[in-house]
Design a protein around this ligand. Structure first.
Ligand code: G3H
Ligand code: 13P
Ligand code: ZN
Length: 311
């Protein structure tokens, strides 16, 4: 099985009422934990690489590790650039073997976002690579100070048709209340996603794959485990799993998860060192860390994304 694009995955996910997990990868143990889980769950997979991950591990190492995972598991795996912010980084990833890129022009004006995204789409499509665009801004909790400000950050449904038509993107990331990182809502705040906006967008873009960024649930057990073993994380709140399940059943075909992987790995390593303060062989603490990633991803695929047994 070669590395694939997300085209077929999204078509089947849309029709089947489930979503594909897009997991951020930075090293071998993360890649192995995710792909072993997907193999056991018989699920397709997107492995995504940020600019930061490329800087940390180098493009070629991540690419070779993913190729090894494909050879080892025989899974359909899509390799995706997460949050590309320029034509140049998208080009470099396309030239370097990725099958999907995100051009995140959401910080630009609508017009400039269209122009930049269109340029990436032209380059990508000529080479058989698919493109994710973004409309709307994912907020940090401090950003949404009042309702009108909040509304201004969400994706404006009146823009989506023009954006998709003019750019030719294959999928669209939207802002409906998710955000990146472990602190998505203020303590005491009730998590809320704007499913009404998603519904409007779905009506305007029938059969078009929608992407949710910032979709970690910030699993409380991991935060507790971190703090029980010397960590000092303040109250962290993520997107409730039932909301993600609801999104996965709709036009949302790709759900991005990074923070939960970080928390699972850190919680495991902290616990290990607390229990074995004299150990220093990285294989000893990375073995349970990789198993924690695998357990987390298997649970996401089975109980949140709904993509088990869809190969
Ligand atoms: O959305 C961002 C991802 O979580 C990647 O984070 O840029 O720190 O690698 P990073
Ligand atoms: P989380 O921080 O919620 O895991 O979001 C990850 C993401 O959106 C990567 O693009
Ligand atoms: Zn993101």
């Amino acid at each position: 099985m070669p590395i694939v694009t997300s085209k077929e995955m999204f078509k089947k996910a849309y029709e089947g009422g489930y979503a594909i997990g897009a997991f951020n990868v930075n090293n071998m143990e993360i890649i192995q934990g995710i792909t072993e889980a997907a193999m056991e769950e018989k699920s397709p997979l997107i492995l995504q690489v940020s600019a930061g991950a490329r800087k940390y591990a180098k493009h070629v190492y991540l690419m070779k590790l993913i190729e090894a995972a494909v050879a080892d598991t025989d899974l359909p795996i899509c390799v995706h650039l997460d949050h590309g912010d320029s034509f140049e980084i998208c080009k470099s990833c396309i030239d370097g073997g990725f099958t999907s890129v995100m051009i995140d022009g959401s910080k630009h004006s609508f017009k400039d976002n269209i122009e930049l995204t269109r340029r990436v789409v032209e380059y990508a499509h000529e080479r058989g690579v698919v493109v994710e665009g973004e409309l709307g801004k994912l907020a940090g909790i401090e950003d949404a100070v009042n309702v009108s400000d909040e509304d201004a950050q969400f994706t404006d449904p009146s823009e989506v048709q023009e954006f998709v038509e003019k750019t030719g993107v294959d999928s669209l990331a939207i802002a409906i209340g998710t955000s990146h990182g472990a602190y998505k809502f203020k303590p005491g705040q009730t998590p809320r996603l704007r499913f009404d906006i998603l519904e409007k967008i779905t009506q305007l873009l029938p059969n078009f794959p929608i992407v949710l960024h910032g979709a970690s649930s910030v699993i409380p057990e991991f935060v507790e485990q971190i703090n029980a073993n010397g960590g000092k994380m303040p109250d962290a709140i993520g997107i409730p799993e039932d909301m993600l399940r609801q999104a996965a059943k709709s036009a949302v075909c790709k759900i991005n998860i990074d923070s939960d992987l970080r928390l699972a790995m850190t919680a495991s390593i902290r616990k290990y060192f607390n229990e074995h303060p004299d150990h220093f062989d990285p294989r000893q603490y990375l073995t349970p860390a990789r198993a924690a990633i695998k357990g987390l991803v298997a649970n996401k695929i089975r109980n949140v994304l709904g993509s088990s047994n869809t190969l």
